[in-house]
Design a protein around this ligand. Sequence first.
Ligand code: ACO
Length: 326
Amino acid sequence: GIPVGILGTGMYVPERVLTNKDLEKMVETSDEWIVSRTGMSERRIASAEQASSDLAYEAALEALRQANLAPQELDLIIVATVTPDMSFPSTACIVQSRLGAKKAAAFDLSAACSGFIYGLANATGLIAGGMYRNALVIGAECLSKITDYTDRNTCILFGDGAGAVVLGEVPQGRGFQSFELGADGSGGELLKASGGGSRHPISPELFDSKSQFIYMAGKEVFKFAVKIMGSAAEEALRKAGIDKSEIDLLIPHQANIRIIQSALERLELPEDKCMINLNKYGNVSAASIPIALAEAVRENRIREGDKLLFVGFGGGLTWGSSVLVW
Ligand code: ACO
């Protein structure tokens, strides 16, 4: 098929910073505990007026500018999110309207923290097959809006933000070399926000149950994450025919520094070949990987021909990985 790669990247995070010190005042925790167990120091929090589409829109503008593409030329918009503005219309349609991307098809994608890689795979397939010429893929989250700030097991982890990429044709030999996507729905109970859907519709009782908030079985998710980050990364490398020693930059989901370090050990990579920014933004679910990518681009850490490895996991359970030649 047509070689497909990234033509532009963008990111946006809200201004408000929530520090570990702030969290010390909200729940029984400490800066020392959070830093040593997660690697996180700060996260960004959306204002009462901001929803995921507002963050997505800002990230999209930067990605389109970098790609030198007008919104009117866009063929497709995919927004990966677990915190859509509303059940419907989709966040992608809201972004489409604000951008004035009149020609673009638009839909949301639900694969939790793996959503951005699922989105890349979908868009790449559609462009490689000749159905579309380009696509805007966004990961956007306002996790603060579904976080219980009385639950110290979860509230220290999550933040808000958005990252975006524009995909299109690139020269032969560059672009995406492989995708590995997977799911294990039997682990769905480990990580969920079950309230407010058709199983548990909104009701007065729902608020007492707190099921609108993120529930996480931290230890189980941690074990799954360590295992799947390694195996998914290796599978994407195998499919691309690339050895782990050739990787120039690993861009992992930013869930926990200890999960990332275990992936680095398994891939025998030094930490300077890995993009890490969870200290500043926490876990932003589907937005973590595109924010890390956009920040790596801003920091001039990626050169033409570099081999990038993306790998993520999340609720579902789901996972995804990909090799890209920049
Ligand atoms: N401050 C202080 N103590 C705490 C805190 C806190 N914020 N949170 C938990 N503790 C306590 C626990 O209650 C526990 O006490 P106990 O032993 O008396 O019960 C103790 O600290 C140790 O808890 P553990 O669960 O063993 O801590 P662990 O080292 O596993 O770290 C963590 C917890 C950080 C949540 C870790 O399990 C983790 O990162 N899990 C994976 C999270 C993840 O990747 N989530 C993906 C989400 S992606 C998505 O789809 C949104």
